[in-house]
Structures are given as structure tokens and as C-alpha cells.
Design a protein around this ligand. Structure first.
Ligand code: AHR
Length: 345
């Protein structure tokens, strides 16, 4: 009613003026309409989300902005929320678990309808997930998993099979060197320490190449999924290991940083050192088409539409599958040339 009071003062109100009375009735109607909207927690206006009169508010905690993949994932989530009519409260954790825990607690306090998050690391989530469960707020894991034993703490997990991605990388390598006796000296740039993709891509790759002793991982270190760290760690690898045959990088960005280091050391990426990466973002695909990377295992960041569908179902109390695996492929240099013109991210 503050707006009404302000209006009364401004119009030099006189009780017997019909013109002023008309203005007041219009204003009161507007205020009543606005108050009605406000009761629809975080409503975006129309009702495209739930269909039952209430729109959905989602609290989304993103890992950060460490890679091209992450930027594409953020865009996908934001755009899909908008077209699904879901109000998104977006929080960037800058690759720190404590920031994500704070964001989740803030979403719980704000009583959002559903929480979705991509956990920076796998462990240490039980307490805050229990808090969300006690507050009856459903949680969806997206992109990355947690290692909680109690799977009732979240409704579903949407994302890639990272072990499978690691295996695909290993299978290409086994095929590539099938006629050579070895040794094949491999260096590995791992993703963020303790994260699901770093753990699983390492494990899947090791399992496949472990079947043949000619494959030797001579150095393995984290590059935190960033281009800068990828370059820095590859420079160190090159200094202490003169005979590197293969680089396996857990994402394109670290691979692209490593390419700068390899070129800086006077070697030819893709020829002197063969390179396998994961993601298939545009920059990675360009390097693959240019012959600087030899093989890329795709990891799709376009999770937004499926996430919004799952959120609507979960909020409506419908059953959802506990695991939704993203469909993905792999790219050779030739395939990258063909796919690049229509690549979305
Ligand atoms: O969790 C997905 C991984 O995180 C992507 O492969 C990587 O680029 C990102 O930072």
C-alpha cells in the first residue's frame, strides 16, 4: 500500500474529485494484481513450468568457469530454464566446495522448489544433502556424481559416464599402437583432484591400457581442467621426461594448454607427441581438425533441457530414473573436419 499513499500525496487529493477517485481505483487494482503474483514463489509470470498454477524455482550451483565445456554447460542450463519457465537462482562456486555448500544452504533457506548442482568433488556432501532432505527440497545431481552411500539424498543423477569416456580414450590408443612393440610412454593431465571426471577418466583409461604392459604412464598430475595449468604442468613434464610418446588430457582445455608447451619445446603436437583429450568443444575440435590433437572423446555439456524436464517431474512428485546417462560419441581428425561447421559449442 506504500504506492497508494505516495499517489495520494502526489495528486493533491480532494475527496470530491471523481478524476482522483478513478486514479485510486486503477492503482488499487494494480497493487492487488501484483500481490497475487508475489505469492507464486519466484514466478516468471505465465505458467509454463508446472502446469498446475505454480511456477518452479531452481537453485543451481555451478562448479565455476574453468573450461570451454563449463561455459557451454552454464549457457545450456540458463537458456533451458528460461524456455521451460523455471526461475533459476544461479551460483558460481569458483571451483571451491565450501562455496557450493554455502550456496546449497542459501537455497534451502530461500525454500527453492528444487536444487540442482554439479559437485566440484565427489566426497563430503552428506551433511548438506541431509539438510535439503529434512527441508523436503529434492536434489538433482547434474554432470558430476557424489560418493554418498545414501542414494536417497538425491533424486537422480544426469550426466556422462566418465569411466566409459576413459575407456574410449584407452581403446583408441591400443588400436593406434597395435603393431608397435613399445614401450609407449604416456603422460596424463588429470582433471580437478577428487572430482568424478578426474577419478573416473583415469580409472577407465588405466583399465584398458593396463591389459598390455607396453603402455607406461610415466607421469600423471592434475591440471585442474584449465588451459593455464595444462600448459604449466606439461612444461614440467617435458623438462623431466625427454621421451614422451603420448599425452592423455582429461579435457580439451588442458590439452590446448599442453599444445602451447609442446610447441614451445620445439616439438610438433599430434606427430612427435600424440594427444588424446575429452570434451570436443569447438577449440578442441579445431585443434583436432588441424592435426594437433589425434583423438577426442566427446562429453556433452548440453544438459539443460533434460535437467529442466527432470526438475518438473521431481517437483510434481513423479518417479524419475535414478541415473540418466548422456549420449556421446568420439571424433577422429577427419570426423572433426566434418562436424566443426555445425558444432554448437
Ligand atoms: O565435469 C565435466 C568436466 O568438467 C569437463 O570435461 C571439463 O572440461 C569440465 O571442467
Amino acid at each position: 500500500m506504500n504506492a497508494v499513499h505516495r499517489m495520494l500525496t502526489l495528486t493533491n487529493f480532494r475527496k470530491d474529485t471523481p478524476h482522483v477517485l478513478k486514479k485510486i481505483s486503477v492503482l488499487v487494482a494494480a497493487v492487488v494484481a501484483l500481490a497475487g503474483c508475489g505469492s507464486n514463489s519466484g514466478s516468471t509470470g505465465s505458467d509454463p513450468a508446472g502446469g498446475a498454477g505454480d511456477s518452479i524455482t531452481m537453485g543451481f550451483s555451478q562448479v565455476g568457469a574453468e573450461s570451454g565445456w563449463r561455459t557451454a554447460n552454464t549457457k545450456s542450463v540458463q537458456e533451458s530454464a528460461k524456455s521451460a519457465g523455471i526461475e533459476l537462482k544461479f551460483s558460481d562456486a569458483q571451483q571451491k566446495q565450501e562455496n557450493q555448500i554455502k550456496a546449497l544452504r542459501s537455497f534451502i533457506q530461500q525454500k527453492v522448489d528444487v536444487i540442482a548442482f554439479s559437485p566440484v568433488v565427489e566426497s563430503g556432501w552428506d551433511t548438506v544433502l541431509k539438510e535439503a532432505q529434512n527441508a523436503k527440497i529434492p536434489v538433482i545431481l547434474t554432470d558430476r556424481a557424489v560418493d554418498s552411500k545414501d542414494t536417497s539424498l538425491y533424486k537422480t543423477f544426469l550426466g556422462s559416464d566418465f569411466v566409459e569416456e576413459g575407456k574410449k580414450a584407452g581403446q583408441w590408443l591400443v588400436e593406434e599402437y597395435k603393431d608397435e612393440s613399445g614401450p609407449v610412454n604416456i603422460v596424463e593431465l588429470q582433471g580437478t583432484t577428487g572430482s568424478a571426471p578426474a577419478n573416473d577418466r583415469k580409472a577407465g583409461f588405466a583399465e584398458v591400457i593396463g591389459a598390455d604392459p607396453k603402455f607406461k604412464i610415466i607421469a600423471s598430475q592434475t591440471g585442474d581442467f584449465t588451459r593455464a595449468k595444462g600448459k604449466e604442468v606439461m612444461e614440467a613434464f617435458l623438462k623431466s621426461n625427454p621421451d614422451i610418446d603420448v599425452l592423455y588430457a582429461h579435457n580439451d582445455d588442458m590439452g590446448l594448454g599442453a599444445i602451447e608447451a609442446i610447441e614451445g619445446a620445439g616439438k610438433t603436437p599430434g606427430a612427435d607427441i600424440k594427444i588424446i583429450t575429452v570434451d570436443a568443444v569447438k577449440d578442441g575440435m579445431q585443434a583436432l581438425a588441424d592435426g594437433k590433437i589425434n583423438y577426442i572423446v566427446e562429453c556433452s555439456p548440453l544438459l539443460g533441457p533434460q535437467l529442466m524436464d527432470l526438475a518438473k517431474k521431481v517437483v510434481a512428485g513423479e518417479q524419475v530414473p535414478p541415473r540418466v546417462v548422456t549420449e556421446e560419441t568420439t571424433f577422429t581428425q577427419e570426423q572433426a573436419k566434418q562436424a566443426l561447421p555445425s558444432r554448437q559449442y
